[in-house]
Design a protein around this ligand. Sequence first.
Ligand SMILES: NC(=O)c1ccc[n+]([C@@H]2O[C@H](COP(=O)([O-])OP(=O)(O)OC[C@H]3O[C@@H](n4cnc5c(N)ncnc54)[C@H](OP(=O)(O)O)[C@@H]3O)[C@@H](O)[C@H]2O)c1
Length: 279
Amino acid sequence: MFAYRGKTALVTGASAGIGAEFARALAARGSDVILVARSQERLRALADELARDFGVRAEVIAADLTRADAARDLYAEAEVRGLTVDLLINNAGFGTHGPFETLAPARDHAEVMLNVAAVVDLTHLFLPAMLKRGDGAVINVASTASFQPVPYMAVYGATKAFVLSFSEALWAECRGRGVRVLALCPGTTATEFFDVVGTQDAGRGDRRQAHPRAGGGHGAARAGARPALRCRRRGQLPAGADGAPGAAKCHGAGDGTHDAPAPGSVGHLATRLALPHSR
Ligand SMILES: NC(=O)c1ccc[n+]([C@@H]2O[C@H](COP(=O)([O-])OP(=O)(O)OC[C@H]3O[C@@H](n4cnc5c(N)ncnc54)[C@H](OP(=O)(O)O)[C@@H]3O)[C@@H](O)[C@H]2O)c1
């Protein structure tokens, strides 16, 4: 069982969407958090909210994780602040959409750096100490796009296939050593993701897109037609899915709190986040 109180979770991509909900869910369970993304102001606002609502320590480290040395700098900054990371959530990511030959190479390169390289680098930096302590967890946010090639989101789909494969292999390596490795595979979820992609088409797999033969990103998997989440773990159900307490509050598009978030909303996903069971 995983104890959250007194632990510290580092969440990448915590300024918005799924990462912000992870941070809220963790803080609600008593975990201190380190919030990482580029938007310092948004991170600061969330940190203030979590400290006020849950009484946890919430640190902000602004970082552009597409930079080659970003993970090392982030690790060094955590060291300087005396922070021990017990739970690493590699969530930051974005997608590109369109015929491959039309996409800007630099943008695709940045996508690989963020969705893949930063995940590997941060895991290299933080996992060894967890293994030494015999306690910790790594959660990597993959996608339903992990399960098959995704035409017109070829790079995105490949990065998410990498994340799932990497996570499952690490799960096996860490099994029985006190460290859990999970992959979260959400389907289409209403976040800023599609604003960044530049089209809502990326979320629709069940109809033809702007490109004559296009499927679509998160909706492309037939499994993705199921709402919210596929989670690959061994031996555990996602907390929340089994009614475990402490799931995230739902922060909708406005600032209201909703009891029954709509399927596909980030709040709906947040009620089913793949966090190890608390004790
Ligand atoms: N929404 C979906 O339908 C869906 C489905 C399956 C999987 N996912 C995955 O879920 C994860 C979170 O996405 P989301 O839907 O929550 O999207 P989102 O609302 O756009 O959030 C993305 C987060 O990543 C951060 N980020 C982006 N570029 C970054 C960079 N260069 N360095 C550091 N942080 C960066 C953003 O913050 P800043 O802009 O402040 O840096 C933001 O906090 C991604 O890995 C995505 O692939 C999403």
